[in-house]
Design a protein around this ligand. Structure first.
Ligand SMILES: [Zn+2]
Length: 108
């Protein structure tokens, strides 16, 4: 049983690799790169300051909540039973493509 996993991090200044240990209930002694740390492990990273072996800069390490799920309202034309009206009006909007989707961009 391993009480921790290891995450490889890289100094933003000199790119030297460092390792931090992360204790969490499901730790199995795994190694992760900073970019592919599973969410539940990333959330277990404790705020800490380490010293880079390369440039001796102090590096603050903690976890960042990245919003990965967004919801939006989608409006689509319901194509069920729709027949083309192209033949009825010369200037009709073509309806042969029935996959129109409309998203209202969110304003932040
Ligand atoms: Zn460094």
């Amino acid at each position: 049983m391993f009480p921790y996993d290891t995450i490889m991090i890289y100094c933003p200044y000199c790119a030297k690799r460092s390792e931090i240990l992360v204790k969490h209930p499901k730790a199995q002694g795994n190694h992760y790169q900073q970019v592919n740390v599973p969410d539940h492990i990333a959330k277990s990273v404790t705020e800490q300051t380490i010293t880079c072996d390369g440039c001796k800069n102090k590096l603050d390490v903690d976890y960042l909540h990245v919003k990965t799920t967004e919801y939006n309202v989608r409006v689509r034309i319901n194509c069920e039973g729709m027949t083309s009206t192209d033949d009825w009006y010369e200037d009709a909007i073509p309806t042969d493509t029935c996959d129109n989707e409309y998203y209202q961009e969110k304003q932040y």
